[in-house]
Design a protein around this ligand. Structure first.
Ligand code: PLP
Length: 285
């Protein structure tokens, strides 16, 4: 497996960073996951924009190789060398503030950010998609800047692990009685004829798939409202579904052991998944 590390293409097993890297010490960095369909990056510009916004929010200097054109070339080469340029794959990009003696404040300006890129084949979720995902709720104990895609994901890791240990697929975060999002996905509901999702603010990651699904829902003529559903409303919705770069549109069948709607994947999620799939294969990026 070839990876890109600070300007070099190396075998993953030979890619080395200093133990003083601030990503390792402080989780001081951002990441991005691009979706590749037959070697093309789906909605690549939106992912690129979010990466740039994350770097700016943390005041990490943008490496030359992270600029759109350069990053596309890196992605294309890795997808090709790793045998991922056919079918569905992901391109993972991580940029940290770089290696420096441990001190909380930012290091001197001459410290260069660390940039790492790798690719993976995408696991199929077809079995979960056709049965509907089983999810649990977990308290949202994250910070107030969830809109930045930082590599600090411990609350997400612990909540996802709880979901897996309970036999489920994903955990939904609850903050102040509101459902915010999943550990690696955004949440949508269908309630009283409307498609609802949490507003784009500091309490959720502004998912690229979320934006695309909002556009598709409008195109399909579904009334859409960006307002969070409450924990109580989970019991009243007709449908719930997750969206994400690796999950697409994934219907939810059960939350905390209770059926959602009929307990089977619903028609709105089905139509949106089909529309998303069509758009992915249209060659838009
Ligand atoms: C916390 C969180 N919310 C939502 C998403 C979905 O975002 P996207 O559609 O851009 O993959 C992710 C993706 O990893 C995530 O980590």
């Amino acid at each position: 497996m070839t990876v890109f590390l600070n300007g070099n293409y190396v075998d993953g097993s030979a890619a080395v960073i200093p133990v003083t890297d601030r990503g390792f010490i402080f989780g001081d960095g951002v990441y991005e996951v691009f979706r590749s369909v037959d070697g093309r990056l789906f909605e690549g510009e939106r992912h690129q924009e979010r990466l740039e916004e994350g770097l700016a929010a943390l005041r990490i200097a943008m490496p030359e190789a992270a600029h759109g054109g350069a990053l596309r070339e890196i992605a294309a080469r890795l997808l090709e060398e790793n045998g991922h340029s056919r079918g569905h794959a992901t391109v993972y990009v991580q940029i940290t503030r770089g290696a420096a003696p441990r001190a909380h404040q930012f290091p001197a300006d001459d410290v260069r950010p660390t940039m790492f890129v790798t690719t993976s084949a995408l696991n199929s979720l077809e079995a979960v998609r056709s049965a509907g995902a089983v999810v649990i709720t977990q308290p949202d104990v994250r910070w107030y800047r969830c809109n930045i895609k930082t590599i600090q994901l411990l609350p997400n890791v612990l909540a996802k692990q709880a979901a897996i240990e309970s036999g489920g697929f994903e955990a939904l975060f609850i903050r102040n009685g509101m459902v915010t999002e999943g550990t690696h996905s955004n949440l949508f509901a269908v309630l009283e004829g409307e498609v609802r999702t949490h507003p784009d603010n500091n309490l959720i990651l502004p998912g690229v798939t979320r934006s695309v699904v909002l556009e598709l829902a409008a195109e399909l003529g579904f009334p859409v409202r960006e307002e969070a559903i409450t924990e109580e409303e989970i019991g009243q919705v007709d449908e719930l579904f997750l969206t994400g770069t690796t999950t697409d549109v994934l219907p939810i069948a059960q939350v905390d052991g209770r059926h959602v709607g009929t307990g089977s994947p619903g028609p709105v999620a089905g139509q949106l998944y089909e529309a998303l799939y069509r758009r992915m294969h249209e060659g838009r990026d």
